[in-house]
Design a protein around this ligand. Structure first.
Ligand code: T3D
Length: 268
């Protein structure tokens, strides 16, 4: 398969690994084959200690339009055909993908270059930082085809934007422009299209130079704290600080601060 025909394009710039969903004619919607390609690309990035930040983006004018509704492997083909159990599709593909991103050993940036719909929106929102081009948008497309938000959507939406906004977005399925998504707190940042690539590259390089293990622990601590009492979250923080303060990056970070020099973080 020629490189440009690959369902996920892989590029490395310094310590940043960029994975580009590459089915632009179908707005990078997920087929079973693209799920497999993405899982393999993420496994490679996870195993490679030279990778300290991952960027997930889409080729062409879309980020990802969710499930490919025409893929016979995972979607209903025609009226009268034996229904596909979408719950099984979620268990087989979307749940492992969402969980993998949420536990990834390095920060994961969703660089939302265009429309993110259905599970494509959920996967983007499950990443650590979401940077969207001003022309991009987010659509909870599920209600239009008789489904509920999946790939983490029911968990993420109310936590990001509150119940009222979550229900309105999920029930109407209306297109939410990137600048409104930022105002609502659904995403971190919306940037002008002309500045988008530079903003993503600069942010990714910046995160890649930071103490990776501490960033991954920060994500885990914040996610875990959502279901904890205040006292339990404080205890969890003590436990994590005990672990991290015994590691190289903390010792190096403090030494670099005291010597007024840049730190060289290596833990992962
Ligand atoms: O098995 C399961 O179902 C598992 C469930 C998983 C969870 C989900 O993700 S459910 C949600 C699935 N996604 C959608 O319902 C979104 C469907 N797409 C759209 O509503 C629109 O395409 C967009 C609003 C995202 C973009 O609209 P627009 O006007 O910018 O583009 P378009 O013309 O609709 O799409 C461009 C092409 O991409 C078009 O193909 P064509 O006519 O040029 O040959 C269109 O059919 C194709 N495309 C877009 N989304 C999908 C798709 N093809 C297959 N599946 C898609 N999801």
């Amino acid at each position: 398969m020629a490189e440009d025909d690959a369902l996920v394009l892989v590029a490395q710039q310094g310590a940043v690994r960029t994975l580009t969903l590459n089915r632009p004619k179908a707005l990078n919607s997920f087929t079973a084959a693209m799920h497999e390609a993405l899982a393999a690309a993420l496994a490679d990035a996870q195993a490679d200690r030279a990778v300290r930040c991952v960027v997930l983006t889409g080729a062409g004018r879309g980020f990802c339009a969710g499930q490919d509704l025409a893929d016979p492997a995972v979607a209903p083909v025609s009226p009268g055909a034996k229904p596909v159990d979408v719950g099984n599709v979620i268990e087989r593909f979307y749940k492992p993908l969402a969980l993998r991103i949420r536990a990834f050993p390095v920060p994961v940036i969703a660089a939302v270059n265009g429309v993110a719909a259905g599970a494509g929106a959920s996967i983007a929102l499950g990443c650590d930082l979401v940077i969207a081009a001003r022309s991009a948008s987010f659509i909870q497309a599920f209600s239009k085809i008789g489904l509920v938000p999946d790939a983490g959507g029911t968990w993420l939406l109310p936590r990001l934007v509150g119940r009222a906004n979550a229900l309105a977005l999920a029930m109407t399925g209306d297109k939410l422009p990137a600048d409104e998504a930022q105002r609502m707190g659904l995403i971190w940042k919306c940037v002008d299209d002309a500045a988008f690539a530079d903003e993503v590259a600069t942010t990714a390089a910046r995160l890649a130079a930071m103490p990776t293990a501490a960033l991954a622990a920060t994500r885990a601590a914040i996610d875990t704290a959502m279901g904890m009492s205040y006292a339990d979250a404080l205890s969890n923080e003590s436990r994590l600080q005990s672990e991290l303060s015994a590691a190289h990056d903390y010792i190096e970070g403090v030494a670099a601060f005291m010597a007024k020099r840049p730190a060289n973080f290596t833990d992962r």
